[in-house]
Design a binder for this molecule. Structure first.
Ligand code: TXA
Ligand code: MG
Length: 316
């Protein structure tokens, strides 16, 4: 069973040996390994049971370090200045001397890069001196981890060490923006909103019909029981309800969790995966969710919930 601790030294030693280690970020916990070592990266795919065609994000301690591996451009300069370190990932064309192992980018000519904001991870990245590849530290398709204990539940048997940085402050994965083509495109909603991005670089295209972000195709973020929008029909007796704000609640749920009593969307984002983990742990036959405003970071909450609903098991 993995050791859970906030000391950086064991994490650094394991990474230097080519092992995978769980690390905190401000968004969700990541499963990190040396991004320049294809064997270390292969361990991430094996532990998560992640399909090899789905590329990983490379994490760096500075924009200068990033520009060694990908071709920056004026959009990247502006977004980096505005939002890094922070919950934003940029897809850029690789440089000819890019150090990233081919399996990080699943053979693509582009790479997804970001500079995270968590102080422990920034210290670890600086000490390691090379980029770390890190997808979210969950089994492929399942709920994302926002606490060290969530990582331990899904991956504890397979890992030696989980670097504990406390609960993630953002609680949803980074926003992914493709800057590798003629026009910037939003590939994944996340911690930085579309409006925040557009205020800096102007209008963003939506990801077009061609699947630009391979990971968006998959079953994602799903609890291990059916998840649906709360209906007016009476729920099964053991059903659990996830609410938001002070809206009137339907009757008949064994337990009600509230994402944010005061109706604060940032607080709801930070609580989303923790409350889904708590709901899942009750082994209900159904988790229902009340309406949440589709604005600001609510757009990212909607994205995660609609994928979780689509990917959750059908109601028995
Ligand atoms: O907040 C986050 O981004 C977290 C933390 C750990 O940093 N990481 C994360 O990684 O969410 P992951 O692997 O769960 O999601 C990465 C997303 C996937 O949808 C993947 O398909 C996309 O980024 N991606 C990676 N490389 C890409 C590329 N070259 N082009 C387009 N999409 C890419
Ligand atoms: Mg993920």
């Amino acid at each position: 069973m993995a050791v859970i601790d906030s000391s950086i030294a064991p994490a650094l030693a394991l990474l230097q040996q080519g092992q995978a280690v769980a690390v905190p970020t401000e968004t969700v916990y990541g499963l990190a390994a040396d991004a320049c070592d294809s064997e270390a990266v292969a361990r991430i795919f094996a532990i998560k049971q992640r399909p090899a065609f789905n590329p990983l994000i490379a994490h760096y301690p500075s924009y200068a370090a990033i520009s060694a591996d990908v071709q920056t451009n004026p959009w990247a300069d502006a977004l980096a200045a505005a939002f890094w370190p922070g919950p934003l990932t940029l897809v850029l064309n690789k440089t000819p001397h890019c150090r990233l192992a081919a399996n990080v980018t699943a053979g693509l000519t582009t790479a997804a890069v970001r500079m995270p904001r968590h102080p422990l991870l920034l210290q670890l990245l600086t000490a390691f001196g090379k980029p770390l590849a890190a997808p979210s530290a969950n089994l492929s398709g399942r709920l994302s981890p926002t606490r060290a204990s969530h990582v331990a539940q899904q991956l504890g048997e397979q890992l030696a060490y989980i670097l504990d940085g406390g609960p993630c402050t953002i609680g949803l994965e980074s926003t992914v923006v493709d800057l590798s083509g003629q026009q910037p495109a939003l590939l994944r909603e996340g911690g930085i909103t579309r409006a925040q991005l557009e205020a800096v670089i102007g209008p963003l295209a939506a990801a077009d019909g061609a699947i630009k972000s391979p990971g968006m195709l998959l079953r994602h973020y799903a609890p291990n029981c059916p998840l649906q929008v709360a209906a007016n029909t009476p729920p099964p007796a053991d059903a659990v309800l996830i609410s938001f704000g002070s809206q009137p609640l339907p009757a008949g749920y064994q337990r009600v969790f509230n994402l944010s009593e005061k109706g604060d969307l940032a607080e709801a984002a930070a609580n989303l995966f923790e409350l889904l983990h708590q709901a899942e742990a009750l082994n209900p036959s159904l988790i229902a969710v009340m309406p949440i405003p589709d604005e600001a970071i609510g757009a990212a909450i909607h994205d995660r919930l609609s994928r979780a609903i689509a990917g959750s098991l059908p109601q028995a």
